[in-house]
Design a protein around this ligand. Structure first.
Ligand SMILES: [Zn+2]
Length: 512
């Protein structure tokens, strides 16, 4: 996997001209560039070209590496609502200009105000540039990676080697997440998703186990297999559960457990998506992709004391004569009788069984925290898009889990908003008769349902057995992460690039 390697460069004077072929300057103003000659050059050009300082421009400059000088102004930075994405946005524009000009080893100099919100501005600029340069896996496979992704290295002035190593690990995770999320449904069937994970973790400390045996899955993941039922007739569409585990050398002081929703394709099932609503549903595996991506970052950073366990359900929600339907009552792995309300609310079924397995592992784990990560509801996109929605239980709130992730995300340009789990959410999904224990979903679109991204978290708690005595007595902190609003650039599920949210916030919160 090749992505532009971040390289720490101590100063412009130390940067060998032969190593770099463009200089990108990102700042609010260009009155104090890292070299007096450059400052003078820009001032003289500004007098005759008023675009300089207002929009991103490329100038031919004999003083710059490769004679390419790209000036990328951020605009105002210190208003109440400005955040580090001011740097991310302009870094994307600048790196595209560098690539278009033919640069393959651009060097970035960045000037941020002395303000806490910009502490990670240089790293954020790199991650945004890497995001902008990433090309879809199918495109790389068809046209050759070196042709569609020509940029090899990005120099970062003032970065330390330790910071560069953290960026390498973070971007490797984000790249894996984008590759897994952004790929069409035949290239990334459940089994090929599993194969991609096996390859990605070869020769690392993350162990990968893939369960594909239908009988075993039926016994262990009954809700997941209800979703998969009409895919079983097609051999290449059969489901897989992928288990990833990182065990640190030495003592474990904290355990993170992740469930990832990996709907490689979501037709909606018998409650079929209509009126064009199906396009883009190959990206319904973004939660699983982000979980695998975070594990990749873990694999590269090898944190001490932190054990990380993940279960990914890679499943296709097809439609066919054996499709599960609304009104069926299916007993979950946790022994909870679930009444299916709508087959398009399939992600929570997959997650509930994964989480039930993780619940059992959490009982014997040191200091555990549980997460579910998913493109779960249109409501999350309506309510907080383009942010990630974090819905947490009482134990997580007490431990400040969401607040920590949100604070990290704010600094790293991967922001989220906090939601709470409330009693109304549990009332919404409660059984109406003794025939079942819980209802999976109502039948209006989540985007027009009050608390449409919060109540599914209540379902997950009940269906996964988290409210059963053993889990309650442990007070297991649990955060449900809905990336339906943040999972792709611009909220365009068909064409937008996968954003890899929330890989960098999790990395900053737990691995930095
Ligand atoms: Zn669905």
């Amino acid at each position: 996997m090749a992505f532009p390697t971040p390289v720490a460069v101590s100063s412009l004077q130390a940067a060998s001209a032969a190593d770099w072929d463009a200089l990108i300057c990102i700042a609010e103003h260009f009155t104090r560039l890292p070299d007096a000659g450059l400052t003078e050059f820009v001032a003289s050009h500004q007098a005759i070209d008023q675009r300089i300082g207002r929009e991103t421009v490329t100038l031919i400059c004999p003083l710059a590496a490769g004679k390419r000088l790209i000036l990328a102004p951020t605009g105002p930075l210190l208003r109440d609502y400005d955040d580090v994405r001011c740097f991310a946005d302009v870094a994307k524009v600048a790196i595209q200009q560098a690539k278009a000009a033919g640069a393959v080893r651009p060097l970035i100099w960045l000037q941020a105000p002395d303000d806490a919100r910009y502490a990670q501005a240089l790293e954020v600029a790199y991650l945004a540039a890497a995001q902008a340069l990433w090309q879809p896996l199918e495109g790389r496979e068809a046209r050759g990676e070196q042709n569609v992704e020509p940029v090899q290295q990005i120099g970062l002035l003032g970065l330390t080697d330790a910071q560069a190593a953290f960026l390498v690990a973070t971007e490797a995770g984000r790249r894996l997440a984008r590759d897994l999320c952004g790929t069409e449904p035949e290239r990334m069937t459940p089994l090929r998703f599993a194969d991609y994970c096996v390859d990605a973790f070869q020769h690392t400390d993350v162990k990968v186990k893939v369960e594909t045996n239908t009988e075993q899955l039926l016994a262990d993941y009954p809700l997941l297999m209800a979703v998969a039922r009409s895919s079983l007739a097609v051999a290449r569409h059969k489901p897989a559960v992928i288990r990833l585990e990182y065990m640190p050398a030495g003592e474990v002081t904290e355990t993170l457990l992740f469930a990832g929703k990996g709907l490689v394709y979501d037709t909606g099932g018998a409650d079929l998506k209509i009126n064009g609503g199906m396009a883009g549903m190959s990206r319904d595996k973004g939660g699983a992709a982000a979980v695998a991506g975070f594990m990749k970052t873990v694999a590269l950073l090898k944190p001490a004391g932190l054990r990380v366990i993940a279960e990914i359900g890679a499943v296709r929600n097809s439609i066919g004569s054996d499709a599960f339907v609304a009104d069926e009552i299916i007993t979950s792995h946790a022994g909870v009788r679930v009444r299916i309300g709508n087959t398009d609310a399939e992600g929570r079924l997959v997650l509930a069984d994964l989480m039930s397995h993780l619940r059992l592992q959490a009982q014997h784990a040191v200091n555990p925290t549980l997460f579910s990560v998913a493109t779960l509801t249109g409501h999350a996109a309506r309510a907080v898009g383009p942010y990630t929605a974090l819905v947490e239980n009482g134990a997580a709130r007490q431990a400040g889990v969401s607040a920590t992730i949100a604070a990290a995300g704010e600094l790293w340009g991967d922001p989220s908003e906090l939601s709470s789990s409330r009693r109304e959410d549990f009332a919404f999904i409660k059984a109406r008769t003794c025939a079942d224990d819980v209802l999976s979903c109502n039948n209006a679109p989540s985007s027009v349902t009050a608390r449409g991204h919060q109540f599914p978290m209540a379902f997950l708690v009940v269906a996964a057995g988290l409210d059963q005595n053993s889990a309650l007595s442990h007070g297991l902190p649990y955060v449900h992460i809905d990336i339906a609003g943040s999972g792709v650039d611009g909220g365009d599920w068909q064409h937008g690039k996968p954003s890899a949210a929330p890989v960098s916030s999790l990395a900053a919160a737990y691995l930095s």
